[in-house]
Structures are given as C-alpha cells and as structure tokens.
Design a protein around this ligand. Structure first.
Ligand SMILES: C[S@@+](CC[C@H](N)C(=O)[O-])C[C@H]1O[C@@H](n2cnc3c(N)ncnc32)[C@H](O)[C@@H]1O
Length: 199
C-alpha cells in the first residue's frame, strides 16, 4: 500500500487539497490551547498544518515519505512548524501519556490493525486527552465517492464505542455528508465521526 500512496502523492498537486477536513475544523474546538497533537495517516499535511497554525505542537505521521516531504514543505510555506515521522502504523511507537490529542482523518486500516492502533492510542493519550476520528462507514460502499472497498476497513460508531469503552463521548455520529476534499473525496459520503475523551 505504501507505493499506492507514494504514487498518489507524486501525481500532482495536493490529492485532498490544502484546506483542513471539515469535521476536524469543528472538532478542533475541543482542544485546549498549545496541545500536543499526533495526527496519524496524515498524508500531505493539510490537517497537521491547520492545527499547527492554531498554535498546537503537532507530530504528523504517515507511511508515505512523499506525503511527509510535502507536509514539511506545506508547513514551511504556511509559516508554521510540524514534526513529521515516516512510519507504518503497524510499527509506529505511540509512546505513553505523551499527547493531548490524536487525530485520524480518513486513515482507513484493516480491522486487526485498527484495533491494535486504537489500543496504542489509548495508552499514548494523557488523562483528558482526545481521540478525534472521521472515517468512512460501511454505508460508504453504496456511494462511489472514495474510500476502501473492503468493509472491514470501514468503521461504525458502535465499533468505536466498543474500542474506546472508557472514553467520554463528546461527539459520536454516523451520517451522510457532502465531502469536497480534492478529486478523490468528492460528493455525498457516509462517514462515522467520533470525539472521545480519556477519563
Ligand atoms: C485517504 S488518505 C488521508 C490523508 C489525510 N489524513 C487527509 O485527510 O488528507 C489515507 C492516508 O493514510 C495513510 N496510511 C494508511 N495506512 C497506513 C499505515 N498502515 N501506516 C501509516 N500510514 C497509513 C496513507 O499513507 C494515506 O496517506
């Protein structure tokens, strides 16, 4: 899959644009000032740069070194700083109680890896830390507007609630919304959104 993403990010401009994800733009209002934030599956940096411009200390990770290089450049052009780490999430060192928030935007993973990553995110968050995720839901298979075609990579709200049973849910919703984020994500889309706070 790394080659797939490297090729996509090598193909031209910004595959998902340079504006932040709509849901993150709203959900980020839950963050305290100067939060330490980890963004996973960050791609080309649009969400990390948005958060850094708000004053947060952002670590962005993705398996694509092409994406991470573009993220560094986008940050420089935007007059902010982010730390980028090229890594596969299967091997990424999340650390323990070191982030105030972890952000995952359209970072679809096979079900087994998603559960492993979610276990590690729980450990990596400090007390009251937030997990912010927007993912395509299984209903997205009926739309032809982006995302993986394997249902096990798509996530329901029920699964997120089960994977974060001890978290206070600040926002949890499955809905169909208009997504306009570059040519690969455009049109009506079925998504699951979740903002959970570690108790
Ligand atoms: C649809 S793109 C979304 C990019 C970005 N979050 C955004 O919204 O612009 C999914 C990203 O997840 C990354 N990704 C998928 N599986 C990964 C894995 N196992 N380890 C690291 N990154 C992964 C891909 O490289 C890709 O950049």
């Amino acid at each position: 899959m790394k080659k797939f993403w490297d090729d996509r990010y090598n193909a031209g401009s910004f595959a998902y644009g340079t504006n932040p994800n709509d849901f993150l733009a709203i959900a980020s209002q839950h963050l305290q000032k100067n939060s330490d934030v980890l963004t996973i599956g960050e791609g080309e940096g649009r969400n990390a740069v948005f958060l850094a411009k708000q004053g947060h200390n952002v670590v962005a990770t993705d398996q694509s070194d092409i994406g991470m290089a573009k993220a560094d450049k986008l940050a420089e052009q935007s007059g902010c700083t982010i730390k980028t780490i090229t890594a596969d999430l299967a091997e990424f060192d999340f650390g323990s109680e070191c982030y105030d928030a972890v952000v995952s935007i359209f970072c679809h993973l096979p079900g087994g890896l998603r559960k492993k990553v979610h276990s590690e995110i729980k450990i990596s968050l400090r007390k009251a830390g937030l997990y912010i995720i927007e993912s395509y839901s299984p209903d997205q298979l009926s739309y032809n507007t982006g995302g993986p075609k394997d249902v096990s990579w798509l996530v329901t709200l029920d699964e997120l609630q089960k994977e974060f049973p001890d978290f206070e849910i600040l926002h949890g919703e499955s809905l169909v919304r208009e997504v306009v984020e570059g040519s690969h994500h455009t049109g009506s889309a079925a998504v699951t959104q979740f903002v959970g706070r570690k108790k």
